[in-house]
Design a protein around this ligand. Structure first.
Ligand SMILES: [Cu+2]
Length: 434
């Protein structure tokens, strides 16, 4: 007897991936020798100790169990079930999570997989850290690789596509996902780690992770890496190395307030900005902008920030804060003005006029993936695009629109975008049923 388990989020090399968002999977009797009709089978979470874990349900839910009974017909037809990564139990390598099928106490099938989740950079194992660094280092390829297109996307001439306006969170969500998919082409186990800028991160700002500048300011701000480090030969814009020097004591976190003004405010204070989108997106200034300006170097200004790999970890945290806020306040319905709105944050000045607010409306395509060179879009050749498809699913499609970025977990029924954060659960909103 043999049971075959199939997941929709499987790549062409038969590797399966899960996040916290449940997917509809199937089990069937691929070999019915000795089976009765129907055959009672138990699916179990069966990964390695300390590895990724899975939960099952008979319907789409946010409350699965580590075991599920199924009756499989002897004719081999498929029986559907739902499976998700168990919250707070992500994988740290491929195959450390698995589904195992048992019949009458004997193992009759096993499906290895990965619960692939974005994690706090300070919580990565050395192997996870080095896989990420190798992948992004390879994407850069000493300045000759595809990374330059990401750097060229985030420049002064594209600033108003993504900054100071409502699409700041969705645009950066797409930008990160585009980069993450490129990293996963290099190493399918990699996800973007995030820098929790409201907490000390001594293991991130260290020689073996993001490198360090020389101890004395007079020696310059060029980041040094140990010989053999994956970012040792990092270059952008021709021949520029990474330059960066913290303006705060690196053993701590950047200050939450500077001269009575909000600076790198805590996650709690960020949530307290408000439960509506216009209130929340004001986080673009603090903590987001303040996190950037916690350093001397390219990272502290929009046109140059993406030269530094730190940018992507800083922005993964900005995106995580949005995701956390969305979960906390149930803000996943794009048609709800509290989830997305063009309104100016309360008490703030509107940005300079932009025809039709193009690029910031819910149904607008996003540059560069739309390929547009028509003003008010930037008029230079878009460095990136169309949006890369993931080997495990098609969303958000080749030309994502702003709305595609909002319900990234698909809690309202659409397909998930394929990423999740280690501390942001999947939760079905009230009134949304399977
Ligand atoms: Cu930006």
């Amino acid at each position: 007897m043999r049971v075959e388990i199939e997941l929709p989020t499987t790549d062409s090399n038969n590797r399966a991936f899960l996040t916290w968002a449940p997917v509809k999977a199937t089990a069937r009797l691929a070999d019915s020798t000795g089976a009765s009709n129907p055959t009672g089978v138990t699916l179990q979470n069966a990964g390695q100790a300390g590895g990724g874990r899975v939960v099952f349900d008979t319907q789409r839910s946010d409350a699965g169990n580590s075991e599920l009974q199924l009756d499989l017909p002897i004719n081999g037809s498929k029986v559907e079930f739902w499976v998700a990564g168990e919250f707070q139990h992500p994988s740290s390598d491929y195959g450390d999570a698995a589904i195992e099928a048992f019949a009458s106490g004997a193992s009759v099938g096993r499906r290895e997989l990965m619960v692939r989740i974005r994690k706090d950079a300070t919580a990565l194992s050395a192997a996870e850290r080095d896989r990420f660094l190798l992948a992004i280092g390879k994407l850069n390829d000493a300045g000759q690789g595809p990374f330059q297109a990401f750097r060229d996307t985030h420049v002064d001439k594209s600033r108003s596509e993504a900054h100071g306006r409502p699409a700041f969170p969705p645009w950066h969500r797409a930008y990160l996902l585009d980069l993450e998919r490129e990293l996963q082409k290099i190493d399918f186990r990699v996800t973007l780690p995030y820098w929790r800028f409201d907490r000390p991160a001594p293991t991130l700002f260290a020689m073996d992770f993001l490198g360090m500048p020389p101890p004395q300011r007079a020696q310059g701000d060029v980041i040094h890496f140990p010989h053999g480090h994956a970012l040792e030969f990092w270059k952008t814009d021709g021949n520029d190395p990474i330059e960066r020097r913290p303006r705060y004591a690196i053993s701590g976190a950047p200050p939450q307030q500077v001269q009575g003004q909000d600076n790198v405010i805590s996650q709690q204070a960020t949530m307290a900005l408000g439960a509506t989108y216009p209130e929340f997106r004001w986080m673009e200034i603090a903590p987001h902008g303040s996190a950037h300006t916690s350093f001397d170097g390219p990272i502290n200004s929009v046109p140059t920030a993406a030269k530094d790999p730190l940018f992507f970890m800083l922005h993964a945290n900005v995106d995580r804060l949005w995701a956390f806020w969305q979960w906390l306040n149930h803000r996943t319905d794009p048609n709800d003005a509290a989830s997305f709105s063009l309104a100016v944050p309360p008490g703030q000045q509107p940005p300079p006029p932009r025809p039709g607010n193009i690029g910031h409306n819910l149904t607008d395509t996003m540059w560069p993936w739309n390929g547009s060179i028509t003003p008010p879009r930037p008029t230079f050749t878009p460095p990136r695009g169309p949006f890369p498809q993931s080997p495990i699913g098609s969303p958000p499609g080749a030309q994502p629109i702003v709305r595609d970025m909002i319900d990234y977990q698909g809690v309202r029924g659409a397909d998930a975008l394929g990423f999740d954060y280690d501390d942001v659960p999947f939760e079905l909103p009230a009134g949304v049923v399977a």
